[in-house]
Ligand binder design. Structure first.
Ligand SMILES: Cc1ncc(COP(=O)(O)O)c(C=O)c1O
Length: 397
């Protein structure tokens, strides 16, 4: 769920970006220099991002959605191709496949991790399948080793939707370093933000080059390189069908300041999440986030499952009502909650176009109906977390 739909002031919001004087100073610099489109600060942000995630190449974009669009375009996705995506994710994971005239094929999820059910992927592969887009939902990596094995066996590409994956690790490696490309989001619901914004990471120089060309109208040379070299008066060459998916330098400067405090933001979020784990351990009707061995959770969001009893397709509607009542009671106390994200099979466009029924993707449906995101942000205090815990207990009582 996206933020920005609050109409009443919340005492405890779902999240808050963390900005200080450094961010204020950073965004003034491009205003003073007058260079506000993609330029030196975007370049610096990309370098900082590469250093942090240990990705050889990083390409900033205007959002994660545009990053994903560039990634599938760079991989040559064609009309009629099929791409496997989880059935429970933000809608743009599938939308970018549609943009190319290709078909997203939905895969159910594992209800304990909210990520793609690796065991269900093989059955979805057809001669038309060309790729998989696993999602590192809410900051927990998808099971990349088995996914990469399947991809290798069937000669498929992998694009990681790491919109929520900043700070997430899988067996010692950062999200975004496994597939052909990884795509991150800097929307304000994410751990670090540039307002809107995205980043493509890749290990391959050819994908890096293609991504740079596609984000900039198909230009073979960036404005920055034109303006800083001789004969900058000549326009670039345009040999590809590109887009304008550039990040502004104001956002780039903000991104640099956020990167400088990224380690501390992630550490604080981790502490807050651990504190929730302790507080909520006694609440048996709430499934708190799972962290399997070998995973570092980035905690883009702290998403639980309302589980007063074992959920199934027969009892889910009643449990769903209970979850919504709980959310309303918390809202009345000034505590914002959100559903985690949505089951794409419930969204009109996909449900109609592909005649999908929720029963085909039971776990995605249960996650949609019973997911419960609790507030989490760096500035959150232990008193506020205790209030969330007490309010949860009172609400259910
Ligand atoms: C899993 C996932 N993919 C893609 C996106 C799209 O990111 P953006 O808003 O930066 O386009 C989001 C944003 O919430 C997301 O959660």
């Amino acid at each position: 769920m996206k933020s920005g739909d609050e109409t009443t002031p919340q005492k405890i919001p779902i999240t808050k970006p963390f900005f200080g004087p450094e961010e204020e100073a950073a965004i003034r610099a491009p205003l003073h220099s007058g260079w506000v489109v993609q330029g030196p600060f975007v370049k610096e942000f990309e370098e900082k991002f590469s250093a942090f995630t240990e990705s050889p190449f990083s390409v900033a974009t205007s959002s994660c959605t545009t990053a994903l669009h560039i990634a599938v375009a760079a991989l040559g996705l064609q009309p009629g191709d099929e791409v496997i995506v989880p059935a429970f994710t933000w809608i743009s994971t599938a939308n970018v496949v549609e943009y190319m005239g290709a078909k997203p094929v939905f895969c159910d999820i594992d209800l304990s991790t909210f990520n793609i059910d690796v065991a269900a992927i093989d059955d979805l592969i057809t001669p038309r399948t060309v790729g998989i887009i696993p999602v590192h939902l809410f900051g927990l990596c998808a099971e990349m080793q088995p996914i990469q094995k399947i991809a290798q066996k069937h000669n498929l590409w992998v694009v990681e939707d790491a919109a929520c994956g900043f700070g997430a690790q899988y067996h010692g490696k950062h999200a975004g370093t496994f597939g052909e490309m990884g795509c991150f989001s800097f929307h304000p619901r994410k751990s670090i933000t540039t307002g809107e914004g995205g980043m493509i990471t890749t290990q391959r120089e050819d994908f890096d080059q293609q991504a740079r060309i596609l984000r900039d109208h198909g230009a073979s040379r960036s404005d920055l390189s034109r303006h800083t070299s001789k004969a900058g008066f000549l326009l670039s060459e345009y040999n590809h069908l590109g887009y304008n998916y550039r990040m502004t330098d104001i956002q780039g400067a903000l991104g640099c300041a956020q990167m400088d405090r990224a380690a501390s933001i992630l550490e604080t979020r981790l502490q807050r999440a651990r504190h929730y784990n302790q507080l909520l351990a006694g609440i048996k009707w709430l499934q708190t986030p799972t962290v399997p061995d070998g995973f570092v959770h980035g905690y883009q969001a702290y998403v639980c499952l309302f589980r007063p009893k074992e959920p199934n397709l027969n009892n889910v509607d009643r449990l769903h009502q209970g979850r919504n009542e709980l959310m309303m009671r918390l809202e009345a106390k000034g505590i914002a909650t959100r559903q985690g994200t949505h089951a794409l099979v419930l969204q009109g466009y996909y449900a109609k176009k592909y005649a999908l029924r929720p029963e085909q993707f039971p776990n995605a449906y249960l996650a949609d109906r019973l997911g419960l995101t609790l507030p989490l942000y760096v500035q959150m205090t232990e008193v506020e977390q205790a209030l969330v815990y007490q309010s949860l207990q009172q609400a259910i009582g």
